[in-house]
Design a protein around this ligand. Structure first.
Ligand SMILES: Cc1ncc(COP(=O)(O)O)c(C=O)c1O
Length: 386
């Protein structure tokens, strides 16, 4: 007889993505050639200078030991320097920076630090599932979803949000919609959070994955008080999803609560990866411009985006060209799950929008993590089945 899950685990919705993965694996076993636009994981490798840097750091026995769970001092300083160059924001490396084992970990742990059981956590719908599930539900808090609507550019109506919540999650450039925002909107969010005493968790994991001269702001550029904590990551910027390294920057009390939780759960990101943060972010120029290695990656994603969007438009879909992220958010006829199944039967994996919340129904997410030739092949297959 097995043990029953704790209620908080039972409260998690069924994991749609696991079900899809199972179906995809079955198709693969049957010998179907699958073109996978499913998960948000770069297919391009980590730039080789960074890999070589990490290899060298791994040789140093000092880097084999326990790191500090709060983050090594020189890494925190490198993040503060980068915030200055990139966003023109002054950050105290001692009190206002934490190093994370990927930003996902911090996004979940911040809830443990500040939200009591039964308290409300405001989460967008659709959204990256970690806010409502890994953060709110696994803290015995109550996720309250609010809509991101296409007619509003997938930005929420901040003034209409419930004022009695403990925490608000926002994320731009946005997964799954690809929407972006500006300082004016972030300022209104920050003001509202100060007025309502709500902690503002801003997920800026895609701040560097932007196209067409759009430059993503930091919520800390316009923070109005002690309400804001922002999360970032090397995962998408440097194709480093598998390494697990990210950071949180913001108000010192929020950072200190997050560090307190982390000190009881993990022992910090490996030192050689923390050193890689110094190397990677140090490659930005003094004006905060992305290094060539990042620009090169972005150019690849931009080309793929353009090929995919123009092909889908030719097939009759109404679809926007996102200015950030490698996600295309496409309106489909009927339920998103049905459309995804139809695609899977043609050997194409897309993610049904409903997996990101009820607000994602009627959409699918397409991640441009396939080379142009495979995108063209997928478009060809689509033209036959649609
Ligand atoms: C919106 C968003 N935030 C955060 C993350 C987590 O990234 P990581 O934990 O690799 O830093 C992801 C990953 O896909 C994401 O889509």
């Amino acid at each position: 007889m097995g043990f029953e899950y704790a209620n908080r685990l039972k409260n998690l919705p069924p994991y749609l993505f696991a079900e899809i993965e199972e179906k995809v694996n079955k198709k693969k076993q049957e010998g179907v050639d699958i073109i996978d636009f499913g998960i948000g994981d770069p297919d391009l490798p980590t730039p080789s200078p960074i890999v070589k840097f990490i290899q060298k750091e791994m040789e140093d026995p000092e880097n084999h030991r326990y790191p500090s769970s709060a983050g090594e001092a020189d890494t925190r300083r490198a993040i503060a320097d980068w915030y200055q160059k990139r966003f023109n924001v002054d950050v105290d490396p001692n009190g206002e920076v934490a190093i994370l084992i990927g930003s996902k970990e911090g996004l979940a742990n911040i809830c443990r630090a500040f939200v009591n059981p039964g308290e409300k956590v405001l989460c967008p719908d659709p959204a990256y599932p970690v806010y409502a599930q890994g953060a709110a539900t696994l803290t015995d808090a109550v996720p309250v979803r609010f809509p991101l609507l296409p007619e509003k550019g997938f930005l929420p109506d901040i003034e209409s949000l419930p004022e009695d919540a403990r925490m608000l999650y926002l994320n731009y450039p946005n997964n799954p919609t690809g929407a972006v925002t500006d300082e004016k909107f972030l300022l209104s969010a920050s003001r509202w959070c100060v007025e309502t005493n709500t902690i503002f968790c801003y997920d800026n994991a895609y701040s560097e994955m932007t196209f067409d001269d759009y430059i993503a702001p930091s919520a800390l550029q316009v923070a109005q008080g002690d309400e804001t904590i922002e999360f970032g990551s090397l995962s998408k910027t440097f194709n480093m999803t598998g390494y697990r390294i990210g950071y949180a920057v913001g108000d010192s009390d929020l950072i200190s609560g997050l560090k307190k939780v982390k000190s009881q759960i993990d022992s910090g990101a490996p030192k050689f990866l923390q050193k890689a943060v110094i190397d990677a972010l140090g490659r930005y120029d003094d004006k905060g411009k992305r290094p060539q290695m990042v620009d090169d990656n972005i150019a690849v994603y931009q080309k793929r985006r353009d090929v995919m969007v123009s092909g889908l438009r030719k097939l009759g879909f109404k679809i926007e060209k996102p200015k950030g992220t490698f996600y295309l958010w496409m309106k489909v006829d009927g339920p998103s799950l049905k459309f995804a199944e139809k695609m899977l039967n043609a050997g194409i994996v897309v993610t049904p929008g409903v997996g990101f919340g009820k607000g994602g129904e009627g959409y699918v997410r397409i991640t441009t993590t396939q080379p142009v030739a495979r995108i063209e092949e997928a478009l060809e297959r689509m033209s036959k089945v649609l």
